[in-house]
Design a protein around this ligand. Structure first.
Ligand SMILES: [Zn+2]
Length: 210
């Protein structure tokens, strides 16, 4: 029983239980019944995902602590950052939008990045992170709620509209958000839950994956 999770895999689309086969570098295994992708042999996915997640975390801190843009009116300049925008929407009776932006542009990406780094950094150093099942589940639930790219699109639309009436000066957080959008997409694309479970299993973890 001890080796069961490494040898058998259920298709996510049709539930057919199949035996895993070793794959060459960059190859993928497909379900023999429906053709869905079962798993890939993505080399060093943990290293790459960790690198992307660490870079994204740095940009996330910058994006949240510096102005997204400043508006100049009659000699006065007012700058706005992400948290300031959330508070401003809350004060202007746009409470539901304010909560959605707070959850999708601040909370979800923070939880996703913290969970990824918490899991991947110890694995990279050859250790098993405590409570890894909880963090793997958290990643699964929180990932669909991270919508920095939608927020980025909203910022760009606002900028174009504002430039008609005001002098708009892009801030450092605007560029950070642009790069963060790409890095979060790269992190999600390179993350392989299967590789993480395999590494956990090899390291001596014995809780069965959900
Ligand atoms: Zn299938």
């Amino acid at each position: 029983m001890a080796e069961l999770p490494e040898k058998l895999i259920a298709c996510h689309d049709c539930d057919l239980l199949q035996r895993e086969v070793p794959l060459g570098k960059g190859c993928m295994a497909r379900c023999s019944r429906c053709g869905a992708v079962l798993y890939r042999n993505a080399t060093d996915s943990i290293d790459r995902t960790l690198a992307f997640a660490l870079a994204a975390a740095v940009l996330f801190v910058v994006a949240n602590n510096f102005p997204i843009f400043s508006i100049e009116t009659q000699g006065d300049q007012s700058a706005i950052n992400l948290y300031g925008a959330v508070l401003s929407m809350w004060d202007q009776d746009m409470k539901p939008i304010s909560v959605v932006v707070f959850l999708t542009a601040i909370v979800a990406p923070s939880v996703e990045l913290i969970s990824m780094i918490y899991l991947l950094l110890p694995l990279k150093l050859g250790r098993i992170p405590a409570g890894y099942t909880l963090f793997m589940r958290t990643l699964q639930y929180v990932e669909p709620w991270g919508m920095v790219e939608v927020f980025m699109l909203g910022i760009l639309v606002s900028l174009v509209k504002l430039t008609n009436n005001f002098k708009v000066i892009p801030g450092i957080a605007l560029w950070s958000f642009g790069a963060l959008t790409l890095l979060l997409a790269a992190t999600a694309a390179s993350f392989s839950a299967r590789d993480v479970w395999a590494r956990l299993w090899k390291g001596g973890a014995r809780e069965v994956q959900p």
